[in-house]
Design a protein around this ligand. Structure first.
Ligand code: NAD
Ligand code: IPM
Ligand code: MN
Length: 357
């Protein structure tokens, strides 16, 4: 098949990890007779430096026409001045909004070979297989915000807003996913305190009652979920939640497999291209050292093949290669648990070797 793919490496470790995923995509194309037309664009801090804009039209336009987009990460201390005109993260939020990518799938499935890389006990993480569905284009990330002076001090506010239609569509995505998995859907909110969460809870329940009565359905408050996620993670299948809660819970969830550097994600809309990225950030503390774990990004590339290009066999093949590399004992520093570790490029090479068989 022919496909237009856009790579947006971004900042920090972004270019290092996307380079490894690109090698994997090129290998898959040549092995399976596909033609991937790969172009690269700037987003985040590097785009601010080049164009004064974290998501210039020059970057966005090719994305609109792409079949899939693979992003590294944006941000870093260079652009962290709270008084700056714009920020790298604005570019990421804008591309999600512009492309209508309201459903962010974040699978969490620990690898048997990495049981010891997790800070949690083996009996807690064994058998865990959770799919988080995080709402991505609404909530407090996109509500009105402002700051003002009052009684001699500065006040700032961000509004958390959801409309029924926004909740319905993301709950539907999650419920459909649950139907193909263990038929268990959990909705996470803060309905004991927040009005917006009470709308979330009522709307989610209506959707499930009306169209997904085959599912086991429950609701959990977000503070309790933060605890259940690391005390009884095996009890969850698909978890649907709002933008901010999903952001926080999935970074926490990365400790089940053992590292942020292992978790990929897919951001999907009703139609149009999907955006694929690791859930982690630009890791300024290790950027430029050549030690970042490229596996989350390689797995995000596999999700792109699966969800946007319908290349299921190819996606399975990449995921199996990653698993076999881990089974063979290869580790980057973040999962080495004090043992011997490989650099970013070496880990990428191990995956390519495994793909070659
Ligand atoms: P981070 O996710 O970048 O890093 C958190 C910790 O995890 C760091 O110690 C880092 O070294 C480690 N880590 C992350 N990815 C790794 C990998 N692939 N291999 C090995 N170790 C890895 O979070 P942060 O430090 O809080 O944020 C840094 C910057 O990244 C901020 O500017 C933030 O806004 C941005 N950010 C961007 C995205 C994105 O682009 N999707 C996501 C999260 C954070
Ligand atoms: C993520 C990141 C982003 C988010 C930031 C960088 C805007 O943390 O993709 O998880 O909060 O959505
Ligand atoms: Mn995050």
């Amino acid at each position: 098949m022919r496909a237009n793919l856009v790579l947006l490496p971004g900042d920090g470790i972004g270019p290092e990890i996307v380079a490894e995923a690109e090698k994997v995509l090129k290998f898959i194309a040549s092995e399976h007779g596909h033609e991937f037309d790969i172009t690269t664009g700037e987003i985040g801090g590097c785009a601010i430096d080049a164009y004064g804009d974290p998501l210039p039209e020059k970057t966005l336009e090719p994305c609109r026409n792409a079949d899939g987009i693979l992003l590294g990460a944006v941000g870093g201390p260079k652009w962290d001045d709270p008084n700056a005109k714009t920020r790298p993260e604005v570019g990421l939020l804008k591309i999600r909004k512009e492309l209508g990518l309201f459903a962010n799938l974040r699978p969490i499935k620990p690898y048997a070979a990495l049981i010891d890389a997790s800070p949690l006990k083996k009996h807690i993480i064994e058998g865990v297989d959770i799919l988080f569905v995080r709402e991505l284009t609404g909530g407090i990330y996109f509500g009105d915000s402002r700051s003002w002076e009052e009684n001699g001090e500065t006040v700032a506010t961000n509004e958390m807003t959801y409309r029924t239609s926004e909740i319905e569509r993301v709950v539907r995505v999650a419920a459909k996913a649950a139907q193909t998995r263990n038929k268990h859907l959990t909705s996470v909110d803060k309905a004991n305190v927040l009005e917006v969460s009470r709308l979330w809870r009522k709307t989610a329940e209506n959707v499930v009652k009306k169209d997904f009565s085959d599912l086991k359905y429950d609701v959990v408050l977000v503070d309790a979920m933060a605890m259940h996620l690391i005390s009884r993670p095996r009890d969850f299948d698909v978890v649907v939640t709002g933008n901010l809660f999903g952001d926080i819970l999935t970074d926490e969830g990365s400790m089940l497999p053992g590292s942020l550097g292992l978790l990929p994600s897919a951001s999907l809309g009703e139609d149009g291209p999907g955006l694929y990225e690791p859930i982690h950030g630009s890791a300024p503390d290790i950027a430029g050292k050549g030690i970042a774990n490229p596996l989350a990004t390689i797995l995000a590339a596999a999700m792109m093949l699966r969800h946007s290009l319908n290349l299921i066999e190819e996606a399975d093949r990449i995921e199996a290669a990653v698993e076999s590399v881990l089974n063979a004992g290869h580790r980057t520093a973040d999962i080495a648990a004090g043992g011997k570790s490989l650099g970013t490029v070496e880990m990428g090479e191990k995956v390519l070797e495994a793909l070659k068989g």
